[in-house]
Design a protein around this ligand. Structure first.
Ligand SMILES: Nc1nc2c(ncn2[C@@H]2O[C@H](COP(=O)(O)OP(=O)(O)OP(=O)(O)O)[C@@H](O)[C@H]2O)c(=O)[nH]1
Length: 388
């Protein structure tokens, strides 16, 4: 059995071309997603590389070898760079970019080498271009999207196929007299290397969609400014925790916090300072919570804390601690003036035997908060124990 190499090259060229066209046509510009833009560029480099290899029937062989291999090397480097940008959200380190350029230089020196030796060395060069991406994906596997793990695995298989091709070309030079020579070994390693590389493109697209879906989910459930859960998520979580508390016979505390004289911060120091106060307050609170506590922004400068398995004494201790820490937030206005940040809070505890619902608890906490404001602010008021 042999594999017809010109047919393989034509099929792979078409495959990369279709992928590049689909990615290019699905969006006029990937400028806001540099990783995808990089992958699309890599696809075009692959198409160009294969076309240059095909063109050896009409152009001088050294030109076809030089341009074809430079473009294939560039394509592999761009795929690797796309994964790097996707995972780290940083541009590729300069040293790696120069490293890839240096990796492509031996092509110049190999123009008059026998095809078998050139194939062997170039296969290792392509593999080296992909290795940083494989290393990066598996290093970040815990945080990486599942589809990105498929990309990393695809790259690893490509590297393996390229190493096999390098080995095969070195030890079976008779199979590599010409690129179009019918040979099972040459055809299989060629097909395996470039087919795995092409299919990682679909995995990369899926990883991009997976990340977009995750970000949309965070946007739908969280507040963009502070990173807290938003109001609708808070309502659902409070109801859920109340039901769990009743089932497990454990109390659930709810603390409703409202920043004091927040309008003054906005009016005197501007909305940016107001936003910064909200962000710093959220950070201060978050640094004091247990993993099971739920922190949410209920609107404007009003925040809620849902504390499962927490009694009144525990909730009050935590709220006092947060109040003290909030007063130590060192925020300054543009004029250098210190900005005082403090809050008033209403605290309510749903006992393990109470049957109250989230609305009821919220109303009680709100009444207690109102009492704290009327009593002079910067304090925590306790509501009557919640019951149905
Ligand atoms: N900077 C900023 N301001 C906000 C945001 N959301 C709401 N606000 C402002 O927060 C202010 C709330 O003012 P008030 O409801 O009078 O509350 P307050 O000044 O804290 O008064 P007390 O609660 O009685 O102490 C309003 O000026 C809103 O415009 C936000 O996301 N960023």
């Amino acid at each position: 059995m042999t594999l017809h190499i010109p047919t393989l090259i034509a099929a792979l060229t078409l495959g990369f071309l279709l992928l590049a066209l689909q990615m290019g046509l699905s969006r006029p510009s990937w400028r806001d997603q540099p990783a995808m833009a990089c992958w699309v560029a890599g696809n075009w480099a692959m198409v160009g590389g294969f076309l240059a290899l095909i063109a050896r029937a009409w152009v001088p062989l050294p030109l076809s070898v030089l341009i074809g291999n430079l473009l294939l090397c560039l394509g592999a480097g761009l795929f690797s760079q796309a994964v790097w940008v996707f995972v780290t959200e940083q541009p590729l380190p300069l040293a790696l970019r120069w490293g890839w350029l240096a990796a492509a230089l031996p092509i110049l020196a190999m123009l008059d080498w026998p095809l078998s030796q050139r194939t062997s060395v170039l296969s290792l060069v392509y593999a080296a271009c992909l290795l940083p991406a494989v290393w990066l994906v598996f290093r970040h596997r815990a945080a990486a999207e599942r589809s990105l793990l498929m990309v990393g695995t695809g790259f690893a298989l490509t590297v393996l196929a390229l190493v096999c091709r390098a080995w095969h070309a070195w030890f079976h030079p008779a199979d590599y007299q010409a690129l179009t020579q019918p040979s099972l070994g040459q055809g299989l390693t060629f097909l395996a290397a470039f087919l795995t590389l092409m299919t990682t493109g679909w995995g990369f697209l899926l990883a991009g969609m997976e990340r977009t879906a995750q970000r949309l989910e965070v946007l739908a459930t969280h507040d963009g400014l502070t990173g807290c859960f938003n109001r609708s998520t808070a309502d659902a979580l409070l109801q859920h925790e109340l039901q769990r508390g009743q089932r497990d016979e454990l109390p659930v505390a709810f603390v409703l916090m409202d920043l004091d004289h927040f309008k003054h911060i906005n009016d005197n120091h501007g909305h940016r300072a107001g936003d910064e106060a909200l962000r710093l307050f959220a950070e201060t609170v978050r640094s004091r919570l247990r993993a099971s506590d739920v922190f949410c922004r209920l609107g404007g400068e009003e925040f809620g804390l849902i504390l499962p398995a927490t009694d009144e004494a525990g909730a009050r201790r935590l709220a006092e601690d947060i109040l003290q820490a909030t007063r130590l937030i060192g925020l300054h206005g543009a004029d250098g003036q210190p900005i005082e940040v403090a809050f008033s809070a209403g605290l309510v505890v749903a006992g393990s035997d109470s049957r109250c619902n989230a609305d009821h608890l919220y109303r009680q906490a709100d009444a207690a908060l109102y009492a704290a404001k009327r009593a002079g602010r910067c304090q925590i008021a306790l509501a009557q124990p919640a019951s149905s």
